[in-house]
Design a protein around this ligand. Sequence first.
Ligand code: ADP
Ligand code: NI
Length: 219
Amino acid sequence: MTKDQIHHIQLTETFVKKTLESAEGGHDWFHIERVYKNALLISKKEDVELYIVSLGALLHDIADSKFHNGDDAIGPQKAREFLFGINVDSVAIEHVVKIIENVSFKGGNVARKFSSIELDVVQDADRLDALGAIGIARTFNYGGYKNRKLYDPSIQPDLNMTKEAYKASTAPTINHFYEKLLLLKDRMNTKTGKQIALNRHNYMEGFLGQFHAEWNGEQ
Ligand code: ADP
Ligand code: NI
């Protein structure tokens, strides 16, 4: 990487930290930092432009539509303005914006409109932070933030939601494991991502087994 590129990454870190100062616990700076670390780890085994992966990972949740009245355009727009302001070249800006536009799960029934190895890496890195112990913690934190029930056996998970239904869902938090988190291991893009996802997936399966046992008054 050039000196300028390293400087851009530093400026981006500072911008993201400041912007996400009062974000919900599962989408705060520490989420970004973990995703960034995951992305660097996966990148060791992939032939990627590290500059693009870094900017994409750092900016991927700069304005999540969940926290902006469902508006998908704000995040990409904010990223574009920021990168333009620090003189990142337009080809890099457009690539990073495409990553931000396409990284999200949104129920999993939406076809990806753009493809690059850098997007693959950032998406895997973000997905890994939705799995395992951190994934469980983030999920219940989000459910609490939204005042959701932990679990309600009378409300079944819905695996065929549209993007709109997925966004509007107010189902209990446990349903999110079946509607999204347990599906992620089969949707990983890279080999390294898939390996780590499998470990974290098994940990969540163990947690759910124990959860249901305790729910039913078993040991
Ligand atoms: P995506 O944008 O890829 O759909 P999200 O930002 O919605 O991903 O999800 C990130 C994390 O936020 C999830 O892994 C989960 O921990 C939490 N989360 C999001 N939606 C829900 C939900 N409906 N119930 C519980 N947790 C959620
Ligand atoms: Ni994220």
